[in-house]
Ligand binder design. Structure first.
Ligand code: ASP
Ligand code: MG
Length: 428
């Protein structure tokens, strides 16, 4: 069993979809193909969700209307370019039409759930659009292909926006759904469903995670993530022109890199595969001759190349108990509990007797509300627009270079990792 996942950045136009079909043709069987929404569709759907929530008449707000139209035109454009045969083209356009009508109904519904649930109802359309188009495109050449609605297979709790997988139930469904004889399956990444069939999502960029869930349950031979980059590099080539390709890295290295902000792999992807020792391969759809990067139990064999990761949109948040009590004895557990509830993503913690600082991903709009809640017990200071720089297998020279023009707020070092919460000063 093989799992191939194709991301939105490679499925953004008809050319990418044709290239994907070529890979499917060449791959062994059985094969599960997991697809993301086309291009930036999910971000547009998120905007639509934000604009339509709490608008409780049957009217789609004026700002949302053009966004829906833009998405429809974009998808129809792909179909028109993709299908030469008009019969298949019409069938694909009809499927899109039906899905857009369904979206319209959801957007206009007056029974409004909490925002995250509303978000998932709307965001889940992206992968439904893309998989419908891709299924229509692949079907004539691969008559045995089975299109599976993953919302009925991956079952989650009700933590909308970043749901947790209910593994036992999911495993049962997955084994049933992907066992039929033909051996070629197409399904959606990122989206899932509750037991009551409410759509949920696994967190932004979560299609990698879907591929890992399926790979781990089906004991796949490997999981391949087809991306628009040739593999994993030791730094982002957009900011480091001398970045080098990493042909093989250990699960541990990959988990650290993903956690600290390397965008090429979703952080949740590693664990399910590492636990079953299934190789994860990151490859470029535009560079099929390059074997990409294999992530596996390499521990002993790999030469450690220095790795540099820059995570932007960070907040350094420092809290001081107003009554001068020790943080460690009394407050840490409560703080972690709150942050968990608020879904704060913490990448670094620094503690002193009467204060503790956290480096967190900027949660956006509701951050100030959270600060107010904290201020009931603590004195709170924060710096927005900070960055977290992480160096693995660091060298002094490398760090000196990258820390130029940076004001360092916090630094931490272990034997393998050095981290700095910084703000850029002067020129970029
Ligand atoms: N389409 C979703 C997103 O853009 C999931 C993914 O691409 O992995 O976040
Ligand atoms: Mg995407």
């Amino acid at each position: 069993m093989l799992i191939y996942k194709f991301g939105g950045s490679v499925l953004k136009d008809a050319g990418g979809i044709r290239r994907m079909a070529g890979m499917v043709r060449r791959a062994g069987r059985p094969l599960v193909v997991v697809v993301s929404a086309f291009g930036k569709t999910t971000s547009v759907l998120e905007k639509i969700a934000a604009l339509t929530w709490k608008v409780d008449d049957m009217h789609v707000p004026d700002e949302a209307e053009p966004l829906i139209r833009e998405l429809k035109t974009y998808h129809e454009g792909i179909v028109t370019e993709l299908f030469k045969d008009s019969r298949y083209r019409h069938a694909a356009l009809q499927k899109l039409e039906n899905l857009f009508q369904e979206l319209d109904k959801v957007v206009k519904s007056t029974n409004l759930p909490p925002f995250e649930q509303w978000h998932d109802r709307i965001a889940s359309f992206g992968e439904r659009f893309s998989s419908a188009v891709i299924f229509s495109f692949l079907k004539p050449g691969f008559p045995d292909i089975v299109h599976t609605d993953i919302r009925r297979i991956i079952i989650t709790d009700q933590h909308f926006g970043g749901a947790t997988v209910l593994w036992d139930m999911t495993a049962m469904h997955v084994k049933q759904a992907f066992s039929s004889a033909g051996g070629l399956f197409l399904t959606q990444g990122y989206i899932a469903g509750t037991q009551k069939k409410e759509p949920t999502t696994l967190g932004r960029e979560g299609s990698d995670y879907t591929a890992a869930i399926l790979g781990s349950i089906l004991q796949a031979e490997k999981v391949v993530l087809w991306k628009d980059v040739p593999g994993v590099m030791n730094a982002d080539p957009k900011i480091c022109p001398d970045a080098v390709h990493l042909p093989g890295i250990s699960y541990q290295e990959a988990a650290e890199m993903a956690f600290f902000g390397a965008k090429v792999i979703h952080p949740k992807t590693i664990k399910p595969l590492r636990n079953k020792h299934i190789p994860l391969v990151v490859r470029g759809l535009h560079t099929p001759d390059n074997a990409g990067t294999t992530i596996w139990d390499f521990e002993e064999m790999v030469r450690h190349v220095p790795v540099y990761i820059r995570k932007e949109r960070q907040i350094l948040l420092s809290v001081f108990p107003r009554d001068y009590s020790f943080v460690l004895n009394q407050h840490l557990e409560d703080l972690f509990g709150l942050f968990r509830e608020w879904r704060f993503n913490i990448s670094l913690v620094q503690i002193s007797a009467i204060s503790v600082s956290f480096c967190i991903d900027d949660p956006g709009e509701n951050f100030m509300e959270r600060v107010k809640e904290l201020q009931e017990i603590f004195e709170v200071y924060f710096n927005r627009d900070a960055e977290l720089l992480t160096f693995r297998h660091y060298t002094e020279e490398m760090m000196r270079d990258k820390l130029k023009d940076c004001l360092t707020f916090v630094s931490q070092r272990t034997r393998l990792t050095a981290q700095f919460v910084i703000k850029r000063v002067g020129r970029e």
